[in-house]
Design a binder for this molecule. Sequence first.
Ligand code: HEM
Length: 421
Amino acid sequence: MRATQEYGDLVGFRMGPKRLYLVNHPDYFKHVLCDNPGNYLKGIGLVDAKPLLGNGLLTSEGDLWASQRRLLQAAYRGERLEGFSLSMVETTRIMLDRWQAYANRDQPLDIAQEMVRLTVKILGFTLLHTDLENKADMLAANLTVITRWAMSQMTALFRLPLSIPTPGNLRAQRALHQLDQLVQGIVYDRYQKDTDGYNDILSLLLSEKNGNGSQHAIDKQVRDEIMTLLLAGHETTAATLTWTWYLLSQHAEVERRLHQELDQVLSGRNPTLADLPHLVYTRMLIDEVLRLYPPIWVIPRKTIAEDRMGGFTIPAHSDLLLSVYSLHRHPDFWKTPHACDPERFTAEQSAGRAPFSYLPFGAGPRSCLGSRFGLAEVILIVATVAQRYRFELVSQNTVEPEASLTLHPRHGIVMRLLKRR
Ligand code: HEM
């Protein structure tokens, strides 16, 4: 934020041994993501997470990426999404029943941890048709170890390959091994079964394997896609939900408007996918949460050939950081950019917004694969939970964002549950 305030919308700077370019103007986002995407590869951070993600959708390029994207894109539409939405609401309902004891004892909860647990469980059902109840904490903790490791690689002066046994590398290796064991176990278990009758993403990936290369190559590709979707699909939605509960606890009028809409549209029943078009204020609230705290706060890219932007030359093989966080708070494009105001997302106000000034899901061919799934999930969970509970902040630590692979609260957020009904 300071760099953009002092130097403008394209800023070159050093981080360790690297020279980076910070990008902060809607036109430059459009140029990189939509007008000239063929000149850009995925950049730092993501590339560093390759030991975890392999050639999954987030990190692959070229023909492999294009065919996997086509396959998986179809999976998050229509009937499958309908089925997934039932899992989302049911898993949330089970969490709320567990919360009852906390509410009765007036015992606070770390809401950030609860949201991670919930979104990992939902991924278990939708991706793998598996109840990860007892594995959710292990899975989330191991994914965190590896994303932290990837972030440390990004800024390291000297990179040591994962095979060199430094304490950090050993931790990452252990986490990777545990995740691999879990995912391989589930995949091999499924190989033994007929994949018909399962409506999850794993069955779709496995049904592709016939006639599509060697068994080994396919196993690795299935593993990579599952790891990718586990990583891309849990921390993003969990962070969005956590920031939503935090902002609601700080803005009584926004909370009142949300409750009013939920009571009017749902009258106490569970929400369904068909309710989404009617939950207009809930959607505006989520749009505002994603503006203030975009989980993917930066989109990394690397130039292939030299490029020009805003009168400047960017050399070949340069690392760019497209800063979604500062774009969403850019004073030329947002009035009172740091205030929480869902009203800025009414149809009228949205119509007047500069194109490419709001990009929580990215843009162009590499935009978020799970945006429909993720938005539906967040809205259904907010609608289910907020009918039953309000939250009161009791954290001793100040609530501040930590810019890791996603933007999440550094110390978690401890909250007390207040029953609504
Ligand atoms: C609120 C939730 C989410 C946000 C804010 C979000 C944001 C993003 C963004 C900004 C990108 C583009 C990254 C880039 O261009 O380098 C992306 C890509 C991606 N997202 Fe999401 N995401 C969310 C939820 C999900 C979910 C739930 C899934 C899957 C279940 C998912 C799967 C993916 C995948 C696979 C990609 C890579 C697509 C490609 O390169 O073709 N995301 N996401």
